[in-house]
Design a protein around this ligand. Structure first.
Ligand code: MLT
Length: 237
């Protein structure tokens, strides 16, 4: 089994992705919010390419919640932003959510031709690692990054999931960024990497979302693994 980590905006042919299990990670905050929505009983989460597509999908379907952000803030007219704290059981149980975020939902859509597409974060690190290993294909951990750039928070989360994968199975090969992401994770665990100094974390703090940043960086809070199939994400049965 080959384990790859990609930094941002990963593009590969559908033919290549079909043979792979892809775990999309946007730890601050889109994939963490989606994991949390599924954990709290949302029946479906539909990632939209942009806010306009999200709004028209939600209008067409009726009865769903429209969520998303730009520059971290809830979009005008939307029901919810992109804070995991908004995706409570009271709000989302039994609901379909349509969501558009700056980087995370686009990264999910970019990977939609993968053989298996899982939604990962630190919140579900062991569960998503186990599921990916069980599927038996080569694995790509696809980081969303921030506006086309590498983002240290995603590399940390990728390393966190990659380390769980390595503890579950013997790999034939791992790419250089897998090795680097695992080192980032190990140094964060030892307290020698200050994630609070990194760009997206600082941006969230400036926007008043420090609790979200702390929440999303917790490990193994849930076993729920959201799975993308045919345009929608559902918690794995
Ligand atoms: C994104 O998709 O870019 C993020 O989740 C941004 C955010 O923190 O809301």
């Amino acid at each position: 089994m080959l384990l790859q980590v990609t930094a941002q905006n990963y593009k590969k042919s559908g033919y290549y992705l079909k043979g792979h299990t892809v775990i999309v990670v946007d730890v601050l905050r889109a994939t963490s919010s989606i994991i949390w929505a599924c954990r709290n009983g949302a029946t479906k989460v539909i990632p939209a390419a942009d806010p306009g597509e999200g709004a028209s999908m939600a209008a067409r379907m009726g009865g769903c919640l429209l969520a998303g952000e730009r520059d971290g803030l809830k979009l005008p007219g939307f029901d919810l932003g992109n804070s995991p704290s908004e995706f409570t059981r009271d709000t989302v149980q039994g609901k379909t959510i349509v969501i558009s975020t700056t980087n995370g939902t686009g990264a999910i859509r970019n990977m939609e031709s993968a053989g298996n597409l899982l939604i990962g974060g630190m919140l579900n690190r062991t569960a998503v690692a186990k599921r990916a290993v069980e599927l038996g294909n080569d694995i790509i951990i696809a980081c969303a990054g921030t506006e086309g750039e590498f983002s240290a928070d995603d590399i940390l989360a990728a390393g966190c999931i990659a380390s769980a994968i390595v503890s579950l199975t013997e790999l034939d090969e791992q790419c250089d960024l897998t090795i680097v992401s695992r080192l980032v994770y190990e140094s964060w665990k030892k307290g020698s990497m200050d994630i609070a100094a990194t760009h997206h974390y600082r941006h969230l703090v400036e926007m008043g979302f420090i609790e979200d940043a702390r929440f999303c960086l917790q490990e193994d809070v849930t076993d729920v693994v959201p799975v993308y199939n045919n345009g929608m994400i559902q918690p794995m049965a």
